[in-house]
Design a protein around this ligand. Structure first.
Ligand SMILES: [Mg+2]
Length: 376
């Protein structure tokens, strides 16, 4: 297996491993984790399962299940010459399959154990659209502006790895549509675009972490990105929102990325001192690391992942353990960081004892191999 293929697999299974590892601590605060695992929040370095939903070790939570839904779309559309909208439609169908069942080990009519609010309302709206028009249209779904959870960021990685052609516009369009099915707030869409540009730079182009983060910033600030987002989401001449609000969102996402790049912003520091720790800003003034404590805001998850990937002195395992020790939305924060650092370090960096527990290890590996095989 080439080093590029190892990075692609590391990214994909990094999401699953981070999710299944973090699931044991979902919703726990930094303080609670610190108190429960002395000394200083020394959580077990193993995929133990458990958590509030009582997962078996290595079981997928919504992060991995929804990543699977997107991955299956790339498998289905492989070599078919499908355009971005078609890929997003197929991904949407798989998401509905997960939502209503049957899904792998869940019967028809059963609900996912763990599901976010925006995902529930976005997919419910999508189902209603299908009922009314007979068409699966990801542009006519979404939880709306103001719903800025991390539920699309956690599942966006297959586009970075497997979108056809490798051109930037296609990456932006497909990432936009696949986020908008549930999370059409501009910040969610732009966070997914930044993340996927970074993942692609690392996994496919073998960029350094610093260069990859720069690529993410460029993707968000490129004027062409805003045009592509607005045009791909326009349906029947109806624009999805204002350019001015998109610009505001861009500024917010850029500020988040800049914060994660501060030399003092290290996941080891947050894990030791808590999410409210003060970090020295560019202007010398102190800024609070994560005022919302990483409890599900899309930019919190993005910041933690970027801070992790930029710490090149530490291993995938050490970084993901520390991201989870920060607390709150531990499975998703672990998944998002696990994917980005996995794109940096490759599949061999993820402990075999973790990989061997994962519910979809074999399936993800087999689909990735199939999709990568076409590149040779
Ligand atoms: Mg989850």
């Amino acid at each position: 297996m080439s080093t590029k293929e190892k990075r692609i697999l590391g990214a994909l299974l990094g999401v699953h491993a981070g999710d299944s590892f973090g699931a044991a601590h979902e919703f726990e605060t930094w303080q609670a984790i610190r108190a429960r695992f002395p000394p200083n929040g020394a959580i077990p370095r193993a995929v133990t399962g458990g958590g509030p939903f009582g997962w078996s070790p290595g079981h997928a939570t919504d992060d991995t299940d929804m990543t699977r839904a997107v991955l299956l779309a790339y498998k289905d559309c492989h070599s078919m010459g499908a355009d971005s909208l078609s890929v997003a439609r197929v991904a949407s169908k798989h998401m509905l399959q997960w939502f209503y069942g049957p899904w792998v080990d869940r019967p028809a009519g059963s609900w996912p154990a763990d599901i976010g609010g925006a995902t529930t309302s976005g997919l419910s709206l999508l189902a209603k659209t299908i009922e009314n028009s007979g068409q699966v249209d990801p542009r006519k779904a979404g939880a709306g502006h103001g719903s800025c959870g991390n539920g699309s960021l956690m599942r966006c990685i297959p586009t970075a790895l497997f979108s056809e052609g490798g051109d930037q516009q296609r990456l932006v369009e497909e990432t936009t549509l696949i986020s908008a099915v549930t999370h059409n707030d501009w910040r969610c869409i732009l966070a997914c675009i930044a993340y996927n540009a970074m993942v692609r730079a690392l996994a496919v182009d073998a960029a350094t972490p610093a260069a990859a983060v720069e690529a993410g910033l460029e993707a968000v600030t490129d004027p062409q990105t805003a045009n592509s987002i607005l045009s791909i989401l326009t349906v029947d001449g109806q624009r999805p929102g204002q350019m001015s609000t998109l610009r505001d969102a861009k500024d917010e996402v850029v500020a988040a990325i800049e914060k994660a790049r501060l030399p003092g912003f290290r996941v080891a520091v947050l894990a030791e001192e808590g999410p409210h720790v003060k970090i020295e800003g560019d202007d010398g003034a102190e800024v609070e690391a994560l005022p919302l404590e990483g409890r599900g805001f899309v930019l919190d998850s993005l910041i933690l992942a970027i801070a992790a990937v930029l710490d090149t002195t530490r291993s995938w395992e050490d970084l993901i353990v520390d991201v989870v020790r920060v607390g709150r939305d531990t499975d998703t924060n672990g998944a998002v960081a696990g994917g980005l650092v996995g794109a940096r370090d490759g599949i061999d960096a993820i402990p075999e004892s973790w990989l061997s527990t994962l519910q979809f290890r074999e399936e993800f590996t087999s689909i990735a191999n199939q999709l990568m095989g076409s590149e040779k």
